[in-house]
Design a protein around this ligand. Sequence first.
Ligand code: GTP
Ligand code: ZN
Length: 202
Amino acid sequence: MKASIEDKVQTRIPTKHGEFILHYYSNSLDKKEHVAFVKGEVAGKEDVPVRIHSECFTGDVLGSRRCDCGEQLDMALDLINTAGCGVLIYLRQEGRGIGLLKKLQAYNLQDQGLDTVDANIKLGHLADERQYDIAALILNSLQVRSIELITNNPLKIDELTKLGIKVNNRIAIEARIHQDNLEYLKTKAERMRHMLSMPDSK
Ligand SMILES: Nc1nc2c(ncn2[C@@H]2O[C@H](COP(=O)(O)OP(=O)(O)OP(=O)(O)O)[C@@H](O)[C@H]2O)c(=O)[nH]1
Ligand SMILES: [Zn+2]
């Protein structure tokens, strides 16, 4: 079956990072509520700054310091607002696609010494189960011609490219490193090829 989305409603949201238009999408692939936060005119534009942010309840909402998600969300919205044009797609792919329950179980395994990759595997999952079909459909629906992707994750660039999105550039988005996120970020750099400048990496 060919995947499809429908832009059901658009509404204005003033935020501490400026004003955006929130688009709510229904889709044929899952029952999740994926959204896009759009700044300015993006239709027909090249090199549009785009952040594809994966849901992280603990980081985005609770301000957890285990990961860099909350800080990245703030940085991306600020960057897009300053650029005056851009899109933040908020995909409901909690825990890299394994869901909140499994992510919280993975956190407990991490507290017993496993890293974020091995904890997922121990729970019977892949390290990363995310798919980007809906993100690509949203970008096409917004008529974005090409993007500058705000990410440190090369896999996201590869996956979007495979889905026909023209990624002309990458914009780095590195959160502050501290004791609570150090191991997590190290694992992303060493085992998931994330382009992060870690203190002791060569
Ligand atoms: N399974 C699992 N998911 C996690 C963990 N920590 C954060 N996440 C989820 O990871 C997702 C964010 O992915 P990241 O790997 O941090 O970063 P990314 O989106 O791939 O890369 P960037 O674009 O550079 O931010 C969110 O859905 C989080 O809920 C963890 O320890 N285990
Ligand atoms: Zn997170």
